[in-house]
Design a protein around this ligand. Structure first.
Ligand code: ADP
Length: 472
């Protein structure tokens, strides 16, 4: 996905979330408040008009306006005055619904039997909102004998309320617009905070994918949050990739170097023979023997390399089986005893108990062989090599101790590296490839075990291998 599109996606998502979670409830709430307020004003106006109608009906009854025809002028004057005070229309009917008086004068003498008037004559005074928005308040006129002799109807168009509500609506709209603006600004700010490092990250990851393994995402100024965690994880991953790349390059150059040396020797030897056409047969034999031993060395290196590569790739299926480790180690000792005797070294084996563990016998035999063979190789005449095997409830422990040349403290961290040899000239004589300990290390790791080394120069070396007795 395009990185710009991705960051827009996050922005849109944040915006929609804030709109739905923040602004939508606000709009709903304000519309509910708006309705309640409008209803409140209307109810108040109804009460007010009904009150007015009641006062007027009392006044009409008291002044005998409906029965005394001589008071017609006074009646109309009173009506007009009250109507102009409140700016509303007043209609007065008798008990049959015949309009006796009208502040607008248009309905006088007509029948005006609307449901509100019938209700007021029949039952009780009412105030109702009409479909066109006007309010009708109807109060009955009752004479001294308690008889209903007519009704007063006040009709009012509450334009002031409509105006007031319109003002409130405008204020709500303005407020909502301001809040939306603030929310969008905040969302943009936060989105920027989130997407900026993400964009940076995507850019760096793309560069890493293109092979620029030295690229890192800057973390300075970044607050401690998930984005920082992801950034650090990506940087760590890049670091590891770079290390793998460096060690791969180193490995290739080491392999080339290791193979070049015997090849150069072979070339020199064969050229010497070619240049010396009259050389005696013995010289031919000697040179050819030397060439053969160089070829053997190359074969040894290649075999070790193949073993290592297969161990790393876990290509050879691991064949964990219950094995008696005492027998396994004894076999190794038996095979290496002639070499120890040849080097005039005492090779001993000590076992405190029977140790049975789930191991791949072929691989572990090679790993143990490498350790014991090294101990013999790097111990001078008259020295000794001691191998012991022990175990606890969970692990088997194999110790290989020699009284040999030992190693300096700073070398101990490097001896498991491929092709690492401390003294190259001496090691060439001993025939080492520098791969033995790497093979041992990989094998031990394959068994979920560990290997530790302690050594002192000219005093000796001890390797301790721990192998779990069982595999889950
Ligand atoms: P090599 O085939 O050269 O023996 P290894 O990987 O087995 O390679 O060992 C790496 C280096 O570690 C050796 O070259 C040697 O210098 C050193 N080393 C290994 N074992 C011992 C030991 N028991 N005593 C002293 N040095 C050792």
């Amino acid at each position: 996905m395009d990185k710009k599109k991705a960051s827009h996606g996050i922005r849109c998502l944040l915006l929609i979330t804030y709109m739905v979670a923040g602004i939508l409830p606000l709009l709903l709430l304000s519309s509910v408040v708006f309705r309640i307020t409008e209803q409140y004003y209307i109810e108040e106006r109804k009460k007010e008009l009904l009150n007015q109608a009641n006062i007027l009906s009392g006044h009409i009854a008291l002044s005998d306006y409906l029965t005394d025809t001589e008071k017609a002028a006074e009646f109309i004057e009173d009506l007009e005055q009250t109507s102009s005070q409140g700016d509303f229309r007043i209609i007065v009917t008798d008990e049959t619904g015949l309009v006796v008086n009208d502040s607008n004068k248009t309905e006088i003498g007509k029948m005006y039997l609307i449901p509100e008037i019938v209700e007021a004559l029949d039952n009780k005074d009412v105030a109702k909102e009409q479909a066109n928005g006007s309010i009708y308040a109807v109060a009955s006129i009752v004479n001294d004998d308690g008889e209903k002799i007519g009704v007063v109807l006040i009709s009012d168009m509450p334009t002031d309320i409509t105006q007031k509500m319109e003002d409130i609506r405008k204020q709500i709209y303005t407020l909502t617009a301001v809040i939306i603006f603030i929310v969008i600004s905040i969302v943009m700010f936060f989105a920027q905070m989130i997407t900026k490092p993400l964009e940076q990250m995507v850019g760096v990851i793309r560069k890493i994918a293109d092979g620029h393994l030295d690229q890192r995402i800057p973390t300075t100024g970044m607050s401690n949050n998930e984005i920082r965690e992801v950034t650090e994880a990506v940087n760590n991953m890049a670091e590891k990739l770079q290390q793998v790349d460096i060690s791969r390059q180193q490995f290739v150059s080491n392999v080339s170097h290791e193979l070049k040396t015997p090849l150069s020797s072979i070339k020199v030897l064969s050229e010497s023979i070619l240049l010396n056409a009259d050389a005696p047969k013995e010289m031919y034999v000697e040179f050819l023997q030397d060439i053969t031993s160089e070829v053997d060395r190359m074969t040894e290196i290649i075999n070790d390399l193949l073993t290592l590569v297969r161990l790393d790739q876990k290509e050879i299926p691991v064949n964990f089986k219950d094995e008696n480790l005492n027998l396994l180690v004894q076999e190794v000792i038996k095979r290496l005893l002639p070499l120890a005797e040849h080097n005039k070294i005492t090779l001993t084996y000590e076992q405190s108990q029977d140790v049975v563990a789930q191991v791949d016998a072929t691989k572990l035999t090679l790993a143990v062989s490498n350790l014991v063979e090294n101990a013999i190789k790097y111990t001078d005449e008259g020295g000794s090599v001691k191998v012991t095997l022990d175990c606890d409830h969970q692990n088997a422990f194999l110790t290989v101790t020699d009284t040999g040349i030992g190693m300096a403290e700073e070398e101990l961290g490097k001896i498991f590296d491929r092709f690492y040899r401390i003294d190259k000239t001496r090691d060439r004589q001993t025939g080492g490839t520098g791969l033995g300990l790497s093979i041992t290390h990989s094998t031990v790791l394959l068994h979920d075990g560990s290997i530790k080394v302690s050594s002192k120069e000219n005093e000796g070396t001890t390797f301790v291998v721990r192998i779990p007795l069982a595999h889950s």
